[in-house]
Write a protein that binds this ligand. Structure first.
Ligand SMILES: Nc1ncnc2c1ncn2[C@@H]1O[C@H](COP(=O)(O)OP(=O)(O)O)[C@@H](O)[C@H]1O
Ligand SMILES: [Mg+2]
Length: 265
């Protein structure tokens, strides 16, 4: 029997133009694809190809141009024809985002940084005034347990190594009713050993909890090890969408040009 999979992310003709002082920059151009629940997708492309813009569009932080089709997550509209859904907060409850620079509040302890994930709409001042319930704290501790950091829950975030900070960020991304993790260059600031540990943690949790992952990456070897599928962008256009294993040297050379400073094997 074929396992039934639901479509978790569906993007139809995503186009994004940035306008600054009269100059316009086309960051995404007619990008369409669908990702099934539980898939792990590497997002490749040289610097400026549109990876971050695409990730930000999926979580509704970037509004696509009018004329773009629907962008759906878990069958719910994130945005459509240049308009953000009125229900974006509910949709965002299913999305955890991880960034290259971890984005932790260094002065706060680890558990507080994870609790921030429970109320993504509040600013830091509101968060500092907020009392978290025992149930919320238990959820944060559970998320820290999942990333192997429960022992340092009350340590200041600034005292952690880069790899540990990124694992706290993974816990913060997981603490909600998360179905999708969007990771923008999650290991670009880490040494090889920390990168491996962070990717093992991230992908292990995605497998265990059947989460969908889109991760932009700079290293083809990491994409090949952790993501069965790759979507590649070239100057804002969909350049490749298929099995990571089938990416050959020729398509990589085409994608990054002959001088490849962006991608490492
Ligand atoms: N806020 C912005 N204002 C103007 N141009 C932007 C903005 N964000 C991104 N861009 C441009 O859009 C293109 C795609 O950028 P980005 O999505 O950051 O690419 P990547 O993440 O692949 O490096 C680039 O040309 C970049 O300069
Ligand atoms: Mg980027």
């Amino acid at each position: 029997m074929t396992a039934y999979k639901t479509t978790m992310i569906k993007i139809d003709s995503a186009t994004k133009t940035f306008r600054n002082n009269g100059a316009s920059q086309l960051a995404l151009s007619g990008v369409s694809f669908a990702v099934q629940a539980g898939e792990r997708v590497a997002l490749l492309g040289s610097s400026g190809s549109g990876k971050s813009t695409l990730i930000r569009a999926i979580c509704g932080l970037e509004i696509l141009d009018a004329g773009s089709g629907e962008l759906l997550l878990n069958q719910k509209v994130v945005q459509s024809n240049g308009n953000l859904s009125k229900n974006i907060r509910q949709v965002r409850n299913h999305i955890g985002v991880i960034f290259q620079q971890f984005n932790l509040v260094g002065q706060l302890d680890v558990i507080s940084n994870v609790l921030i994930g429970l109320c993504p709409h509040k600013n830091i001042l509101q968060l500092l005034m907020r009392k978290f319930s025992d149930e919320e704290k238990a959820k944060a501790l559970d998320a820290l347990d999942k990333v192997g950091l429960i022992d340092i829950a009350y340590q200041r975030a600034s005292t952690l190594s880069g790899g540990q900070q990124q694992r706290v960020a993974i816990a913060r991304a997981l603490v909600r009713d998360t179905k999708v993790i969007l990771a923008d260059e999650p290991v670009a600031s880490l040494d090889p050993e920390s990168s491996r540990k962070v990717m093992d943690t991230l992908v292990g949790l995605c497998e265990k909890f059947d989460l969908t992952l889109i991760a932009s990456l700079h290293q083809l070897s990491i994409a090949k090890k952790y993501c069965q599928r790759t979507i590649a962008l070239n100057a804002g256009k969909l350049y490749f969408d298929g099995a990571t294993a089938s990416l050959d040297a020729a398509s990589i050379a085409c994608l990054y040009g002959s001088v490849n400073n962006d991608l490492h094997d």
